[in-house]
Write a protein that binds this ligand. Structure first.
Ligand SMILES: *Cc1c(COP(=O)(O)O)cnc(C)c1O
Length: 227
């Protein structure tokens, strides 16, 4: 696994350099869904510190088992409102806020914990009915409305483009997310920080980094194929 991680980090750094960016601007979220706690431990031993999970129950078990390690956990899956309370307890960053209702629920739970929850707004750029995410045209309004909540802080945007065999086909979606980020940033909404772009997975992360990703979410290239 060490070599796989090294390879991924090198590819991220090379993609950053091609785009004239600093490799340190790009964070790696190691996506651990379906993989056991032992695999996370191995990745942590190899130096990774940020891990992404899609399901609350699965994350809970793993996080408990790995409580002796100093790890940062991100939630990258679809979050149901009734699970917001668990998400707030476990995750430093929630990548998948896609409605004001969900933002309000997270805010309410964060307030109970005396926490200010960092979140990203997930945008469904392909307007795919099977994917969550706010529409491209609704994203700015969601940021504006959610910015009025005291216990969440919007840090940027996330997207999951349609699946393509070729990474180059995903590139226009990454570029579109970056443009949307810049447009929302230009609105200078108080309390909205458009610093993060979460985009790029095993099949397409180099294109995402070239287009400005600050978080790439990578599972397969590190842990192998999922069952
Ligand atoms: C599973 C998942 C990933 C990682 O996908 P890989 O192709 O295994 O790198 C990234 N982001 C999200 C939202 C995911 O659900």
């Amino acid at each position: 696994m060490k070599n796989r991680i090294k390879g991924v980090l090198e590819r991220i750094a090379e993609a950053a350099e091609r785009a004239g960016r600093e490799p340190t601007e790009v964070g790696l979220v190691a996506v651990t869904k379906t993989h056991p706690a032992a695999a996370v431990r191995e990745a942590a031993d190899a130096g990774l510190t940020v891990f992404g999970e899609n399901y609350i129950q699965e994350a809970r078990d793993k996080i408990e088992e790995l409580a002796d390690l100093d790890l940062s956990w991100h939630f990258i899956g679809h979050l149901q409102r009734n699970k917001a309370k668990y998400a707030v307890r476990m995750f430093d960053l929630i990548h998948s806020v896609d409605s004001l209702k969900l933002a309000k629920e997270i805010d309410k739970e964060a307030a109970k914990h005396g926490k200010i929850q960092d979140v990203l707004v997930q945008v469904n750029l392909g307007n795919e009915p099977t994917k969550s995410g706010t529409g491209q045209d609704e994203a700015a309004a969601l940021c504006r409305e959610a910015s009025r909540l005291d216990h969440i802080k919007i840090r940027g945007l996330m997207t999951l483009p349609p699946f393509f065999d070729e990474p180059e086909k995903a590139r226009p979606f990454f570029a579109a997310l970056r443009r949307l980020r810049d447009q929302i940033a230009a609105l200078s909404i108080e309390g909205v920080f458009m610093e993060a772009l979460s985009m790029g997975m095993t099949g397409d992360f180099e294109a995402a980094v070239e287009e400005g990703a600050t978080w790439v979410r990578i599972g397969t290239a590190i842990f192998g194929a999922r069952q």
